[in-house]
Ligand binder design. Structure first.
Ligand code: VAH
Length: 329
């Protein structure tokens, strides 16, 4: 088992993943179990059914992160020292249910940070390109820049970054975070995000040879393939805390493309594939307020961030995996 020392000398021995049944959690939990031992990684889900391997390969429990006493009990029972807090509503859903999104995203995080303070846990918190807004430089978006998002999701991400910084500075909690771009994966589906088109397109391309995209042809956004997103979270949490200047949260990106460019790459493998546009005004407005391409040099310099997958490598791998998945039914 790999151990690491953080700024306060934590060893990542007993890990809790909240939101473990979501798009990131389904894969992060399995990667952590591989690295740290299945019994040492507790998966906590809420509204989604866990995939069978997640439920069977190690401890699994139901948890609403708004329930602070249930969260504390879990951390005590399993003697948790590190929490990957992924439970959250995504951008498009949050626009439909802003009050609920505030409740889950903010009160869930506050409960996690309070629990971490009381039980001396390290915390990973995923922020997002959604933490930026229309006033932010859209090209080469700096690590430290204007953050005035216009979505409820983005507001919870900026507030979350600040709250994590506060718990670090005020109470010494070892908080760390990443500003993820759109994430592309072939295991669990994303649930209600603005970048979900970049996942849906593969299923439709393989099944039907056609996709109606809800974002416009030239909407350029940062993206990342899930294996890189998982490696980044684990690598950041393993880094010697003394090397980190930014903590909450690091810009990271692996590629940046438009729906038109993604379709062209898919057509290299499936020449008959066609793409049409049926714009969803809510998600288009959200996407238009986000950066086109972030500068992730702070992550590269402070903890060695380096993605493995570019657009062509990601598309080849996605098509192979989705074809295999769909052929199995
Ligand atoms: C969302 N996929 O749309 C997320 C994300 C890059 C955006 O944080 O909610």
């Amino acid at each position: 088992m790999i151990c690491f020392r953080s700024v306060k000398g934590h060893k990542m021995k007993k890990i809790l993943v909240t939101g473990a049944t979501g798009q990131i959690g389904s894969e992060l939990t399995m990667a952590l179990r591989d690295q740290f031992g299945a019994d040492n990684v507790v998966a906590a889900g809420h509204s989604r059914q866990p995939l069978p391997n997640l439920q069977q390969s190690g401890p699994y429990c139901q948890l609403d992160v708004r329930d602070s006493s249930a969260l504390r009990q879990l951390v005590e029972d399993y003697q948790i020292d590190t929490i990957f807090h992924l439970a959250s509503l995504l951008s498009a859903v949050a626009e439909e249910k802003p009050q609920q999104a505030w409740d889950i995203n903010m009160n869930g995080l506050l409960n996690v940070l309070e629990t971490a303070r009381l039980h001396d846990c390290a915390v990973f918190f995923p922020s997002s390109i959604g933490a930026f807004g229309a006033g932010t430089p859209a090209i080469d978006t700096p690590q430290d820049t204007i953050q005035r998002p216009s979505t409820l999701y983005g507001i919870t991400k900026v507030a979350g970054e600040l709250l994590c910084d506060y718990y670090h500075q005020r109470f010494g909690v070892d908080t760390r975070g990443l500003r993820y771009p759109g994430l592309i994966s072939n295991i669990a589906l994303p649930g209600g995000g603005t970048t979900d088109y970049a996942v849906d397109i593969f299923y439709q391309a393989v099944k039907n040879g056609h996709y109606d995209c809800f974002l416009g042809a030239d909407t350029q956004l940062d993206m990342m393939y899930m294996p890189d997103a998982i490696d980044a979270a684990i690598q950041l949490m393993k880094t010697d805390g003394h090397k980190l200047h930014h903590r909450n949260a690091f810009n990271i990106t692996a590629m940046s493309f438009t729906p038109r460019q993604l379709a062209a790459e898919i057509q290299k493998h499936l020449p008959g594939f066609t793409l049409a546009y049926r714009i969803d005004p809510v998600r288009q407005t959200i996407a238009d307020s986000w950066p086109r391409h972030m500068d992730d040099s702070a992550a590269r310099a402070e903890w060695g961030w380096q993605p493995r997958f570019n657009l062509s490598k990601m598309v080849g791998d996605m098509l192979d995996k989705i074809a295999l998945k769909l052929s199995k039914g």
